[in-house]
Design a protein around this ligand. Structure first.
Ligand SMILES: [Zn+2]
Length: 250
């Protein structure tokens, strides 16, 4: 992705003094303060998670299942707002930071799936609106990537130049982003489990256990040595409810 400089992203400004006065981070970054009048805007410092990969790596595919899995997060395919890129790529990325900020104000964290690299976010003025940014890579072998891209319908414009660029981007990502999860080496549901576990490991306020909805993980461990018949009624009821929510991966 390239930056179009025609329309610079606006800095977060003071609502008292106006757009000409940008706010500055204060203390641990949980407050933005106006240097002129002292007006303060609170910033809930929730982490932002970015699942990045080349086109064809499987990002869009995992979004629905990942959203069902993570109960404390909102999960988005970043292409959802691609029309905003007409204002410039930085405006598009800044908008996602603003959305994540708004979601954090509702007490939830955000997971973005798409081609946004950490360095593209770190330099944006709206970076100060979110907490730590964690990135992981969704990857597959080059030959699989090529096969997936060439199988796309013609309207997506996936010509050989595009394929070559994605192969180069995938190589760059392998050198710069970790951890990495393979969308080829295992079933889609397993990839979702892995990414969800990574998200919960990046949670910083100790509430990771509330973030993940994982009937298979919980019941699998317990049922191996304890048959349902020996479980208490409460656990049995919970397990049945959880299993009834399991859905087939699209
Ligand atoms: Zn002010």
């Amino acid at each position: 992705m390239q930056t179009t400089p025609e329309k610079p992203v606006e800095v977060e400004f003071c609502l008292q003094c106006g757009p000409g006065t940008g706010l500055r981070p204060r203390g641990d970054g949980s407050q933005l303060r106006c240097p002129r009048c002292g007006w303060v805007r609170l910033v809930p410092l929730r982490p932002l998670f970015v699942v990045i990969g080349a086109s064809g790596a499987g990002k869009t595919t995992i979004v629905p299942a990942l959203a069902r899995k993570l109960v404390g997060c909102e999960v988005f395919d970043v292409d959802l707002t691609l029309h905003i890129a007409a204002l410039g790529w930085d405006a598009w990325r800044a908008t996602w930071l603003q959305i994540a900020h708004g979601i954090a104000q509702n007490g939830r964290s955000t997971v973005l799936c798409g081609t946004i690299t950490p360095d593209q976010l770190e330099t944006l003025p709206t970076r100060q609106l979110v907490g730590p940014i964690h990135s992981c890579l969704l990857d597959c072998p080059d030959d699989v990537l090529v096969e997936r891209l060439r199988a796309r319908p013609p309207w997506r414009g996936t010509d050989e130049d595009f394929v070559a660029r994605q192969l180069g981007f995938a190589a760059w990502l392998r050198d710069h982003i970790e951890p990495s999860f393979s969308s080829y080496a295992c079933e889609p549901a397993t990839v979702v489990d892995q990414v969800a576990a990574w998200v919960t490991s990046g949670w910083i306020d100790g509430s990771a256990a509330r973030l993940i909805r994982s009937p298979r993980r919980a019941t699998g461990r317990e049922s191996a040595s304890h048959p349902f018949a020996r479980m208490g009624p409460t656990v049995r009821s919970w397990a049945r409810k959880a299993l009834s929510r399991q859905t087939v991966f699209p």
